[in-house]
Design a protein around this ligand. Structure first.
Ligand SMILES: N[C@@H](CCC(=O)N[C@@H](CS(=O)(=O)O)C(=O)NCC(=O)O)C(=O)O
Length: 218
């Protein structure tokens, strides 16, 4: 059976868990804190990051966007998550662009989270401001794309895709890592979009949770 190394809050791991659930591919979930000495992630990923997808033979792949690409290539018939058909190349490329922005917002959220772990006198305000600009700019892009889609249920061709997995996981992570951010009032249509996605069973079963650190990690 496939195994997924995940962590409770990880939006990137949530993407993989959602894709596997949407494709009805069974897997064993392994939850851990990748920064702690007990982590097994470095055994499979030289970049020491989760999610990791581990195959029955012990081989593994990593980086959420690559894992989703892999799953779509190997299991195309199980609930396709990329637009299909000859005219779909532009739609597929757009779905991947949405994933780039959603993952980039998460990257800035992670960097902000760790900067905030430093003692006050060691925090870089310019660095925090830079991450905040990326988060705000990324959210504005998602809000604009959703509006351009006609406030549809899904971002691309009104069909559930990796764009919605990435955007939905990102917005869910905002609620965990940056609950005071005003995006839900600034973009009510994006908030409704996020709430609609959270009603999907694959989202219900993968709601992110904060995690406790037993070791100092920064
Ligand atoms: N680009 C990667 C990012 C993955 C990532 O940053 N994972 C974090 C955990 S979490 O933030 O998603 O919870 C990690 O393993 N960090 C460990 C490290 O960066 O050394 C992906 O999309 O999979």
């Amino acid at each position: 059976m496939l195994k997924v190394i995940s962590s409770k809050p990880s939006p990137y791991a949530r993407k993989v868990r959602i894709a596997l659930a949407e494709k009805s591919i069974p897997f064993e979930l392994i939850s851990e804190v990748p920064w702690e000495s007990t982590t097994q992630t470095p055994r499979y990923n030289p970049l020491e990051k989760l999610p990791v997808l581990i195959f029955p033979d012990g081989k593994a792949i990593y980086e959420s966007h690559y894992i989703l690409e892999y799953l779509e290539a190997k299991y195309p018939e199980n609930s396709p998550l990329m637009p299909k058909g000859p005219a779909s190349i532009d739609a597929t490329l757009f779905a991947k662009q949405v994933e780039v922005v959603a993952d980039g917002i998460c990257d800035a959220l992670v960097l902000s989270f760790f900067e905030a772990q430093r003692e006050h006198d060691k925090r870089s305000e310019p660095w925090m401001a830079r991450q905040r600009r990326k988060i705000d700019g990324g959210l504005e892009a998602l809000a604009d794309w959703l509006a351009e889609s006609g406030d549809q249920q899904f971002l691309v061709n009104n069909t559930f895709s990796i764009a919605d997995i990435a955007a939905g996981s990102c917005l869910g992570y905002m609620k965990v890592r940056f609950p005071e951010h005003p995006w839900r009032t600034a973009y009510p249509h994006l908030d409704r979009y996020s709430e609609r996605l959270e009603e999907r069973q694959s989202f219900r079963d993968t709601v992110p949770r904060p995690q406790n650190f037993s070791e100092r990690i920064i």
